[in-house]
Write a protein that binds this ligand. Structure first.
Ligand SMILES: O=C(O)C(=O)C[C@]1(C(=O)O)C=C[C@@H](O)C=C1
Length: 625
């Protein structure tokens, strides 16, 4: 067979695969209708697991590896679940079936919000009327006034965090949240002419993508940055200027609509860059009881100590899982915050009704923002015992970081202090390396305010000898104030040198790519703090590698503000102590710290360059008893 013949055979098979997928989808919708007649939940993870195990075994016989087969079928099942959910929702909310659907979103054709809107509303199979808005406020007004049925608003991004402006606006709207969706965001440098990266002098961008690509952009040197209301405006400008020295940040698909081509792709700081959008409408919707739902509400608890924890305990008491907790200041009431809470569950369920009533009694303000189908279809995993290859006769050893290997929490000895013990450990982090006088002054202050560890980047931007001199200085200053010292290490040599003087070594998530570094860290006898990767599972396998080398003094650092629910989950999976790096509004930190501590976090890192009182307040709330 020549290349053309082989390719035509591949194309034929691909068409057959597509037609089989369409047939499967039609069958899954038949399943949904049957589940409606004889009420049963849409999701049946036991069935999914049995399917996957069988498919993996069939695949192995055909020479396909287990991971490949699992990934493909997890995607197929996810689509099946979402299609079934959409069908049930349409049947339950017939008012949604109208001749045309109108939607308001930020920016013009090609914006990320535009693509999210199209994806979300595709299921209605009705013509789409698009309202381009210039601000989040305008989106809400367009829906409130009835000009559009739906509004799409980005609420959080895996790289840049929460979109505070949207949270603040949601405090005052009468609209309800009726849906959510998560959209992968793939930023590119888009250009209108044949040019090179070195020639780009002006960048048109919305502030969010700019933040999300900060690491790449900082390597480009001086750029004249022109901020635009949306990525689509940025693309439009670049398309209009048609100059070799200007570029826009945006998606390849969006750029194509404006005649732009991607010069560099995959620019976001975090590889997995996703934005979660909420969908708002004037009327709330009903969510079918067969499908997993989320309920969002806002509440303010008053400032008395423990008030937030008490509210969270109400949820726990009714078996309700919180998937997100966000705090925002209340405009006009300094020092008070409004909490945004997402929980898994249907508003109509009895547990939710009772919990909300109880919360109503102990909060100052509580308002349900909406109940909507959860767009997260967590893939069903095959437990390792079911995945093991046939007839090896061996029993798999539990992995070392897991609770199956060690049920009790590991306690990490950081100088005289314990991480993972009864009291949380507080690590004060310096940004950059200060001069002698400031180092002394900061060490004195943080010790007084309640920290036990002083951290500074000794090796950053200097050669090893200079790094060693800083290390000695850090160690001596920390010791003077009875603090332990921590520094970041990025090479095997730095591990060896730093282990001579500091009590805790910080490993970045990117260490996963450096076998030598991991080997050295695993063999050294100093405690390690390992930054969690985007996928915490990846860090657990790295942890396994370190523990196997000998070093058992290991803790994990969350730098991305994982939701409480994920931290709880992680804490139930591993015995390694968890540390959270906190940032943001100083007034909100004590409550956040308390909540994280209650979820099993046993240490906190906090930047302490300026003295905004954050460390003191945090320490005060954590050590109150
Ligand atoms: O078998 C079912 O009950 C289905 O709904 C179909 C299906 C699938 O696509 O295979 C989808 C969702 C369930 O979680 C299990 C399996």
């Amino acid at each position: 067979m020549n290349l053309d013949e082989i390719r035509s055979n591949i194309s034929r098979l691909d068409s057959e695969l597509l037609s089989l997928l369409a047939q499967r989808k039609a069958l899954s919708l038949d399943v949904a209708r049957s589940k409606l007649e004889n009420p049963r939940p849409i999701r049946d993870q036991e069935r999914e697991q049995a399917l996957l195990v069988e498919l993996v075994s069939q695949g192995r016989k055909l020479g396909l590896d287990a991971h490949y087969v699992t990934r493909i079928f997890q995607t197929i099942i996810e689509d099946s679940v979402l299609s079934q959910q959409a069908l049930l929702q349409d049947l339950l909310n017939p008012q949604d079936s109208v001749p045309a659907i109108s939607v308001a979103f930020l920016g013009l054709k090609g914006s990320y919000s535009n693509m999210a809107a199209r994806k979300y509303l595709a299921r209605f199979q009705a013509p789409l009327v698009e309202h381009n808005c210039e601000s989040f406020q305008q989106i809400l007004e367009t829906v409130e006034s009835g000009q559009a049925q739906y509004g799409i608003l980005p609420i959080e991004n895996t790289s840049s965090g929460s979109i505070n402006e949207v949270f603040d606006l949601m405090q005052h709207t009468s609209l309800s949240i009726v849906g959510e969706l998560t959209q992968p965001i793939e930023h590119c440098l888009l250009v209108a002419t044949d040019t090179q990266v070195e020639q780009i002098k002006t960048l048109y961008t919305h502030s969010q993508p700019y933040q999300q690509c900060s690491q790449y952009l900082s390597r480009l040197g001086e750029l004249d940055v022109k901020f635009c209301a949306a990525s689509s405006n940025a693309m439009e400008q670049v398309a209009r200027l048609k100059r070799h020295d200007v570029a826009a940040l945006g998606s390849a698909d969006g750029g194509e609509l404006h005649g732009l081509t991607p010069l560099v792709e995959g620019l976001a700081n975090q590889k997995q860059n996703m934005t979660r959008f909420i969908v708002v409408a004037r009327k709330p919707i009903e969510v079918a009881e067969q499908i997993p739902a989320k309920t969002s509400f806002i509440m303010s608890t008053g400032q008395q100590s423990g008030a937030l924890v008490e509210a969270l305990l109400v949820l726990r008491g009714h078996g309700i899982t919180m998937t997100r907790l966000e705090s925002r200041p209340i405009i006009g009431n300094p020092w008070e915050e409004m909490f945004y809470v997402d929980v898994a569950g249907n508003l109509n369920s009895e547990a939710m009704q009772v919990a909300l009533k109880e919360l109503g009694r102990i909060t100052r303000f509580i308002k349900v923002m909406g109940c909507y189908p959860s767009a997260e279809v967590a893939p069903t995993r095959i437990p390792p015992r079911l995945l093991s290859k046939p007839n090896t006769g061996e029993r798999a050893e539990p992995v070392r970081p897991s609770r199956h290997y060690q049920a009790d929490n590991t306690q990490v000895q950081v100088g005289p202090y314990v991480l993972g013990g009864d009291d949380p450990l507080l690590i004060a982090e310096l940004n950059g390396f200060p001069d002698e006088a400031r180092l002394q002054e900061t060490a004195r202050r943080v010790k007084e305010q309640g920290a036990q560890v002083l951290a500074a980047d000794c090796f950053d931007g200097v050669d090893t000898e200079r790094g060693m001199a800083r290390l000695r200085q850090l160690r001596a200053t920390a010791a003077r104030f009875d603090l332990a010292a921590m520094t970041r290490v990025t090479s095997a040599e730095q591990v060896q040198r730093a282990a001579e003087s500091v009590e805790l070594l910080l490993l970045e998530a990117s260490a996963v790519r450096n076998d030598e570094l991991i080997g050295a860290a695993g063999r050294c006898t100093r405690p390690l703090l390992l930054e969690l990767a985007d996928e915490p599972e990846q860090s657990l396998s790295l942890a396994q590698h370190i523990l196997q080398q000998g070093n058992q003094q290991l803790a994990l650092l969350d730098t991305q503000a994982l939701p409480l629910a994920r931290l709880l989950d992680l804490n139930s999976q591993t015995h390694l102590p968890l540390v959270s790096r906190l940032s943001g509004d100083a007034a909100a930190l004590p409550r956040l710290g308390e909540a994280l501590n209650a979820a099993g976090v046993s240490g906190f890192c906090l930047a302490v360059n300026g003295d905004d009182g954050a460390l003191e307040q945090l320490a005060h709330s954590l050590y109150r008893d």
